[in-house]
Design a protein around this ligand. Structure first.
Ligand SMILES: C[S@@+](CC[C@H](N)C(=O)[O-])C[C@H]1O[C@@H](n2cnc3c(N)ncnc32)[C@H](O)[C@@H]1O
Length: 255
């Protein structure tokens, strides 16, 4: 997979791509990530990439000719999915991450100021994606959030593929809590079952904990994914909803 990131602040993006799981994936060539300074496509020798917005008001917008020229040059005539981080876009989820992971190429267009001239998204048929209902100062953090989640879905990026299967949201459940040494800390003990060596008991305990957390914190996820879960998990979810006095939450699925 190849990903190009267009930004006015390459120095804000590059360090993140050099460390951890992504750093290894880039270094080993599993993914080819290239960061470009949008100013390379500035419209004049003063490096102009933005201008005042028509109709008045505070802030500047990034010029359409700059963004379009940059994307078209990088795409080189190929059809490439352009991801445009934007608080008004579709909400980014694990499902969107999986969908984007199927693309051979992605180009991220990071906005600043008041964002891009509205014609950029139209001309490039960009996929406008929001990382949540809040506004940050630029598209760099959203692009990295999206890219990181997408690359975790690409085979070989995360060393143990089981980690990805287990991740929150992959199966529609929140991940179970994990513990490490020491066994006792500030009056809190690691649950005995995790030290029992009984793999089946541990599996069931973790599944119950995933279900408990999901029921208590994100019941809408269970409402949505329940029909797609294995029968054993569905039965346990209904049992636990009953135990937790949350049976009404899943009642519709029983009917
Ligand atoms: C200061 S924001 C502009 C926000 C714009 N005035 C609005 O309210 O929709 C500048 C850039 O940051 C990025 N951005 C900010 N919040 C975002 C979010 N929640 N999701 C995705 N991108 C975001 C976008 O690229 C946006 O163009």
């Amino acid at each position: 997979m190849r990903c190009d990131i267009l930004t006015l602040f390459p120095q804000a993006v590059e360090p993140y791509l050099a460390v951890g799981i992504l750093g290894k994936a880039v270094a080993s060539g599993i993914v080819d990530v290239r960061v470009h300074d949008l100013r390379r496509w500035a419209i004049n020798r003063y490096g102009q990439v933005d201008d005042e917005i028509y109709g008045g008001g505070p802030g500047m917008a990034i010029l359409a000719p700059v963004a379009v020229a940059a994307v078209e040059e990088l795409a080189g005539g190929d059809r490439v999915r352009v991801v445009l981080p934007d608080p008004r876009g579709r909400i980014f989820t694990q499902e969107v991450a999986k969908e984007l992971a199927f693309q051979e190429r992605l180009i991220f267009l990071c906005g600043r100021y008041e964002g891009f001239d509205a014609r950029v998204a139209q001309i490039l048929q960009a996929d406008e994606v929001s990382i949540g209902d809040y506004v940050v100062s630029g598209g760099e953090l959203p692009a990295l959030v999206i890219l990181d989640a997408v690359l975790r879905q690409v085979r070989g990026v995360v060393g143990d593929p089981q980690s990805v299967v287990q991740d929150s949201f992959t199966l529609g459940l929140l991940d179970f809590p994990v513990y490490t040494r020491p066994r006792h800390f500030r009056g809190l003990a690691v649950p005995d079952v995790l030290l029992s060596g009984n793999h089946e008991a541990i599996r069931r305990y973790r599944l119950r904990e995933s279900l408990r957390l999901t029921l208590q914190r994100r019941p809408e996820l269970l409402q949505r994914y329940l029909p797609h879960l294995p029968p054993e998990v569905q039965r346990l979810a209904l049992e636990m909803a009953e135990e937790l006095g949350l049976h009404n939450l899943l009642a519709a699925d029983r009917g």
